[in-house]
Design a protein around this ligand. Structure first.
Ligand SMILES: Cc1ncc(COP(=O)(O)O)c(C=O)c1O
Length: 474
């Protein structure tokens, strides 16, 4: 008897023999009827097939490798919504334990059993929460003094991550930027203080500046701010955006003071999904003490006899990341994190050193303080080359690597740089493969007889040529 379902996607039809594989995937409209899970799976999977392999993506800071047990734990928790605390009280408790661990890694002086902090979907939400808390504290104080509250501002270097622009826009808080320059590659405390006034809700130094990988000197800022606050009578605090550094400094530079050991650091945010070593969807923010977390942002609940304070922008959110983070804390311990971060740093330093040996390149900084760094074309080389770093990015992507080229922020926007971020899962062997691919790409690019389109475009921009070629490379 004829099987009318043949080629319509029934269980007997082979995936690539089905009608569906002859049709375009839906773009605007939901399909009229169902198809088999095997075919649907294949269609969706294949749409992402041609992308970079996550571990060859050296553009991202976000975790692309976790071990099998972590992956299993997270997959098993994939159907749990964190906000259903009544149903999953133990996950809420696990979250509070993670906040305690984070706060203690950052040397929190808080004595309470449960430290003040919050789970976030990433550093962006964590930064927003830190910023909003600073704003509400400032506003409350101003209102109590009968002073206007309509012109809040915050101070940050021009190396800010886009989240701070969003924060400024969404809450209508003026963002005052201290320009980064070639001479001043991180936030200059004195320049930052010149931008402060009675309406400044906080200063935001960054540990692991997205653009450069460098750290702002929080200790120097704290010292200068202490004197400034004493002189002016203000009490401007610091929120540290430690998206990257929050999980690097405690393990590799425990003696460096950038955290709650400093007087004016009242809140810190980080990404659990970056060097916290958890898959995407996790950030943390902690306050030095509950008193710095405005009551209007927090609500307390009681599970299994524990008082837990909760804060957040989103309501529903995945719980799997909390299990992933807690697993990593238990699995690795302090020593295990230290070893992984150490290896990432060593491999970064190795690539940094090898890049410096290649004739076309100069590193932006001689320091490697986080597992990432940037470099650019030597001015004397660039003036004769028929190619740019965008062409190199293109060549490397043909080998599967994603190594981004981009321009630096305001004031340095004419510098085209290239960056690598080294994460867990990137071995010395892979570094050698990358370096070899860079060398072969250069050999090919050097054979070009005519300038590439990106090179022509760069020549057209007069600013680029004058600025880039006047720079000595230091
Ligand atoms: C300094 C800094 N802050 C905030 C963020 C935003 O982090 P997330 O992607 O976790 O939201 C990043 C991301 O790279 C960052 O580097």
């Amino acid at each position: 008897m004829e099987d009318l379902n043949l080629r319509k996607g029934d269980a007997k039809t082979s995936i690539f023999g089905s009608d569906k594989m002859l049709q375009p995937a839906p773009v605007d409209k939901i399909p009229d009827g169902p198809t088999t899970p095997e075919i649907a799976y294949q269609l969706v999977k294949d749409e992402t097939f041609a992308q970079t392999q996550p571990r060859l993506n050296l553009a991202t800071f976000v975790t692309t490798y976790m071990d099998d047990y972590a992956t299993k734990l997270m997959n098993e928790a994939i159907n749990i919504n964190y906000i259903d605390e009544t149903e999953y009280p133990r996950i809420a408790l696990m979250n509070a334990k993670c906040i305690n661990i984070m706060a203690n890694l950052w040397n929190s002086p808080e004595q309470a059993k449960w430290k003040a902090g919050a789970l976030a979907i990433g550093s962006s939400e964590a930064c927003m929460l830190g910023g909003v808390a600073a704003w509400l504290r400032w506003r409350e104080k101003r209102q109590a003094q009968g002073k206007p509250t309509d012109k809040p501002n915050f101070v940050i270097s021009s190396g800010f991550q886009v989240v701070w622009e969003k924060f400024a826009q969404l809450w209508q808080i003026e963002m005052r930027q201290v320009p980064l320059t070639l001479e001043k590659t991180t936030l200059d405390p004195e320049e930052a203080l010149k931008m402060c006034d009675e309406n400044t809700i906080c200063i935001v130094p960054i540990q692991g500046v997205t653009w450069t990988g460098l750290n702002d000197d929080v200790e120097a800022l704290d010292k200068a701010l202490d004197a400034y606050n004493a002189k002016t009578g203000y009490d401007i605090p610091i929120h540290v955006d430690a998206a990257t550094g929050g999980f690097i400094l405690p393990f590799l530079n425990p003696e460096t003071k950038w955290d709650f050991r400093l007087k004016w650091v009242l809140s810190i945010s980080t990404s659990g999904h970056k060097f916290g070593l958890v898959y995407p969807g996790l950030g943390w923010v902690c306050w030095k003490d509950k008193k710095y977390l405005p009551g209007s942002m927090a609500f307390s609940v009681n599970y299994l006899g524990a008082e837990i304070t909760q804060v957040g922008l989103n309501f529903s959110r995945p719980a799997a990341q909390i299990l992933g983070q807690y697993y990593q804390f238990i699995r690795l311990g302090f020593q295990g994190y230290k070893e992984i971060q150490y290896n990432s740093m060593e491999i970064t330093k190795y690539i940094h050193q090898e890049i410096a040996k290649m004739a076309p390149f100069v590193n932006y900084s001689e320091d490697v303080v986080n597992p990432l760094f940037i470099w650019y074309l030597k001015p004397e080389y660039a003036s004769k080359a028929n190619w740019t770093l965008y062409d190199l990015q293109d060549k490397l992507s043909q080998k599967g690597w994603m190594v981004p080229a981009y321009t630096l922020p305001d004031n340095l926007e004419n510098y085209v740089v290239m960056r690598v971020v080294v994460r867990q899962g990137f071995s010395r062997d892979m570094a050698d493969m990358l370096l070899n691919d860079i060398k072969s790409a250069i050999t090919e690019l050097e054979k070009l007889e005519y300038p590439t389109p990106t090179r022509i475009a760069q020549d057209k921009s007069e600013k680029v040529t004058t600025k880039v070629f006047n720079h000595t490379g230091k």
